[in-house]
Design a protein around this ligand. Structure first.
Ligand code: HEM
Length: 431
């Protein structure tokens, strides 16, 4: 499965960058929020702070970057034609930003007005995005499992947002809905159906390309997505199935499937011929190790109910998933994509190749590995803070600092792009 790339269709560079540049600052907000609230904030999954932190990362960090990356990835990797990407991105991104801030403030301060204002904005922003992307994904003549994974991911995003909006309105107007079950179904579609499905679909494509590994085996790419989808449907039927063991029966195969993806990715990295230890490979290793830790902890949660009874246990799972898996993997992806996009767009200005700087010059490698080390430290502190509340403020500061450094590295890359672009234009090298 050797991917072919078509860059003629790539959107203007501002389209992915406006999402990428905003995302790290939501991570900074999350870190500051934790540092400000202290250890009690992590006492259970239902504290207002945990709900706010969850959505700062899920929507502010993850959804922003994933939307930005899809605008780039769909035309280039699966030949999909996204309708007026600049217009859509310029509308969706600020709406998403505003909706996220409203939702987070509403959850944090228990303000029904803010919550119910957030829901229609999400429906508009993500609804618009889903329609445009779904049209591109269903119209493309391309085939393959990456494409199917993207289709399933975008459908799952729609389900996540619909369930989220339903819960928001229920909370705002005090409607009686089974909120615990709905939240569990919502989070499974958000983390599993959307985020993990997208990560896996993109990995089939970029892990061999960026990290010089062998391709994922065909049996794996064929089965992973459909099985994940099936298990999520089974998980969602817990509202209908009147059997207390149902969540356990579905969760264990789900966690096994997640570990197979993580184990497979680590295996491919381990067995590649050229061992490169760049920031992206390290980010991915960290993400996959966290995913394995998540699967083992999740199985423990279901199999040893006396341990799982501690309300901090689910917060531990959340830390592993959000900070350990997704922030790490997304950071690694951006460290590959941004230097590459800089190079691609400069080269497209028509300047001779010799005047376009090398990709390694776009973000200094030391800046990436330094930031990555701080991120790893922050993740360790965050995990420890779940059990040692005294560490929460320090963990918050470390996470905020690491995200600010990421943001700064990206700003630096954009500045370098602008400098070289202006130099090429001034020298009249372009045609
Ligand atoms: C798209 C990515 C999203 C992800 C990954 C995600 C993830 C989560 C998670 C993990 C929880 C459980 C929190 C906990 O147990 O502490 C949760 C709960 C919740 N989410 Fe989301 N979410 C997403 C989008 C949204 C959106 C767009 C909305 C609103 C429109 C929303 C509204 C809610 C609400 C209201 C709760 C339950 C709060 C409560 O019961 O008090 N979510 N979400």
């Amino acid at each position: 499965m050797h991917p072919s790339l078509s860059f003629d269709q790539a959107p203007p560079i501002s389209v992915p960058y406006r999402f990428f540049l905003a995302a790290p600052w939501f991570g900074v907000m999350a870190g500051i929020l934790l540092a400000w609230s202290g250890g009690d904030a992590l006492a259970s999954r239902w504290t207002p702070e945990v709900l706010a932190l969850t959505h700062l990362i899920a929507l502010g960090f993850m959804l922003q970057t994933m939307c930005g990356a899809l605008f780039q990835f769909i035309p280039v990797a699966v030949g999909g034609n996204v309708w007026r990407p600049k217009l859509v991105a310029n509308t969706v991104q600020p709406l998403l930003l505003l909706a996220t801030l409203l939702l987070v403030a509403g959850l944090l301060f228990s303000r029904p007005g803010l919550l119910s204002a957030a829901a229609p904005l999400f429906l508009l922003a993500i609804g618009g995005f889903v329609v445009v992307v779904a049209l591109a994904l269903w119209r493309t003549p391309a085939t393959g499992m990456t494409l199917w994974a993207l289709r399933m991911a975008i459908g799952s995003l729609a389900i996540t947002v619909l369930l989220g909006s339903l819960m928001v309105e229920a909370l705002a107007y005090g409607l009686s809905v089974p909120i615990l079950e709905l939240a569990n179904i919502h989070l499974a579609w958000g983390l599993g159906g959307w985020a993990l499905m997208l990560l896996a679909g993109v990995s089939y494509y970029v892990v061999p390309m960026f990290q010089l590994t062998r391709p994922y085996p065909l049996w794996f790419t064929r089965w992973f997505g459909p099985l994940l989808l099936l298990l999520l449907l089974a998980w969602s039927s817990q509202l209908l199935v009147d059997d207390a063991r149902w969540p356990l029966l579905v969760a264990l195969p789900l966690l096994l499937l997640v570990s197979v993806y993580a184990g497979m990715t680590l295996w491919l990295q381990y067995t590649r011929r050229r061992k490169i230890h760049d920031a992206t490979s390290m980010c991915f290793r960290m993400a996959m190790a966290s995913m394995l830790a998540f699967a083992i902890s999740g199985a423990t949660f279901f199999l040893l109910p006396e341990l799982g009874a501690d309300p901090r246990f689910v917060v531990w799972l959340g830390m592993l998933a959000f900070a350990g898996v997704f922030v790490s993997a997304i950071t690694g992806m951006m460290y590959k994509i941004v230097p590459f996009l800089n190079w691609l767009h400069l080269q497209r200005l028509g300047a001779p190749l010799s005047s376009v700087p090398n990709m390694n010059k776009m973000i200094p490698p030391e800046a990436m590995t330094g930031q990555l080390r701080l991120h790893a430290l922050a993740v360790v502190l965050l995990l420890a803070a779940v059990w040692q509340p005294g560490l929460a403020r320090l963990a918050g500061v470390a996470f905020a600092a690491s995200c600010a450094w990421l943001g700064w590295n990206l700003v630096g890359a954009v500045r370098r792009y602008q400098t070289f672009r202006d130099r090429i234009r001034a020298a009249g090298l372009h045609h």
